[in-house]
Write a protein that binds this ligand. Sequence first.
Ligand code: HPA
Length: 252
Amino acid sequence: MLGIIGGSGLYSLESVGQVKRKRVKTAHDERTVPAEIIVHEGGQFVFLPRHGKNHQIAPHEINYRANIVALHKLGVSQIVAVNAVGGITENTRPGAIIVPDQLIDYTWGRASTYAEGEGVEVSHIDFTHPFDEALSQRLLNAVESANTKASQRRVVLAQAVYGVTQGPRLETAAEIKRMQQDGCDIVGMTAMPEAALARELGVDYAMLALSVNWAAGVLPGVISMEEIQAVMRDGQSFLHGVLLRLIKEGAR
Ligand code: HPA
């Protein structure tokens, strides 16, 4: 089954079908993980908003281990993560759609593995290619078929390096300059440890990213939250369109 993790701006897919709410108990949180199973045109998928329904959970406070294990327990074998990101390099301007194929992890202090604790066997996953290639390709096909309105055609970048920062603050201009020198194309705060935990559980993971701003220092001046919100709002129906195509294609 497909699991969709909603990021900033995407808190619900209830409009898509009939919703069954689930509260999944895990060993990683006293609280249960609230997920939604959505039945759509005969098929079903799971939706989980990583920041909570009201965007109340900051990137460094998300219980990534509980979320990913909860999806796994519900039978999810493929995760599409939806992320708002900042653009650093060409073709990542606000409004662009990016399906990254690589990442660099700049986060710290997050519970980032299941392979720890007493009695747990240490394991080292291969993470050469952090995003699943086949799922990324399916995602790109869905993006292509949703991106047909000539007047509103979005720039699509099929290969990119996602730099994951700790947040919740945005970066300094010097940090973004360093990230660019490192080879990062986009910046966000949540791909790690999410992608690695999915790999540890054998769950395919791919990302649909929407650029919502130029990263710090790319343009003169500061980053405007109002502009971010506007680009995010404007992108939601496109993201919905892509996800619906992906779900439909999966149900076939
Ligand atoms: N930096 C980090 N995360 C983000 C940004 C950014 O500029 N925009 C959206 N998520």
